[in-house]
Design a protein around this ligand. Structure first.
Ligand code: PAF
Length: 281
């Protein structure tokens, strides 16, 4: 596995691969890798000749400086996991390499970002769109792989690709879960034992809410029941629970026949913010 640290190095590597007719899969990450990331790499490996993973804790997408400071960073362990999973190149740039100068461009994804993560984390999707655009320009992948745990991020990135005519395909892969249902996340490493023990409730609440949606229980009641269930665990502070259209992400007041619903939540557990979602088709 080639280790690349400069933008020019990444460009040269992927341009050479392209000129040899290789298909390039890009797996953008912020590191502290888990089985969910490795499944993205494996999926890319199955579909592309070159798999470029990126590990970059992107400062511009953090609205909370403490969250950025505490975000887990384990570069050596990440590199050791990537090669056996099928990664052929790892891009680990410095902040100065990605942001040689402050960016001034601002993205506005309209209604897609006025809800959930976008509403609760000011500037978050601007930072995501900025760094993802840079990575797409530098690596020019044929496909880029993202996890569905970040459902809204996938929708935003798809919009970005459509609006800016990036010549690539976005592949979204299902959330990978621990045996007790907790969605894998780099932030799970920061959970203390008590918070970790409470954390599976997030998924349990979503599963119960999904059953209610299938039974036709009104969205407002589904939201309220989920908030009540989360509120019964003193270690969990819910930030939002949403019953939304899976494509537009807009909160639902009633169900529209034939349209998928996504149930999303964000909650704080002992100072760690986690998100999760479940799709009801
Ligand atoms: O999902 C993430 O880890 C990040 O938001 C991403 C896509 C790597 C951009 O920094």
């Amino acid at each position: 596995m080639q280790i690349l640290t400069t933008a020019a190095g990444l460009q040269a590597y992927t341009e050479q691969a392209r000129s040899r007719g290789q298909r390039i899969g890009l797996v953008p990450t912020m590191g502290a890798l888990h089985a969910g990331h490795l499944q993205l790499v494996q999926a890319a490996r199955a579909e592309c000749n070159e798999v470029v993973a990126t590990v970059f804790v992107n400062p511009t997408q953090f609205n909370n400086p403490e969250d950025f400071r505490l975000y887990p960073r384990v570069p050596e362990a990440d590199a050791e996991l990537l090669a056996p999973a099928g990664c052929t190149a790892l891009f680990v740039p410095s902040v100065a390499e990605i942001y040689p100068q402050p960016t001034v461009l601002k993205f506005d994804f309209g209604p897609l970002e006025r809800v959930m993560e976008g509403a609760h984390r000011a500037g978050h999707f601007n930072g995501v769109a900025t760094v993802v655009s840079k990575l797409f320009h530098l690596a020019r992948p044929h496909r880029a792989y993202f996890g569905q745990k970040d459902w809204q991020q996938v929708a935003i990135v798809r919009q970005l690709v459509a609006d800016l005519s990036f010549d690539l395909e976005i592949v979204a892969r299902p959330t990978v879960r621990e045996a007790d249902g907790l969605a894998m996340s780099s932030r799970n490493r920061r959970l203390g034992p008590a918070a970790r023990a409470a954390a599976p409730l997030l998924h349990q609440v979503l599963v119960a809410a999904a059953a209610q949606v299938r039974d036709g229980v009104a969205p407002a009641q589904v939201r309220a029941a989920a908030e009540t269930a989360l509120g019964q665990e003193p270690l969990i502070a819910p930030e939002y629970v949403e019953v939304a259209d899976a494509q537009t992400l807009q909160p639902l007041e009633t169900y529209v026949p034939g349209r998928a619903v996504v149930l999303c939540l964000a909650a704080h557990l002992g100072g760690v913010r986690l998100i999760d979602n479940v799709l009801v088709e």
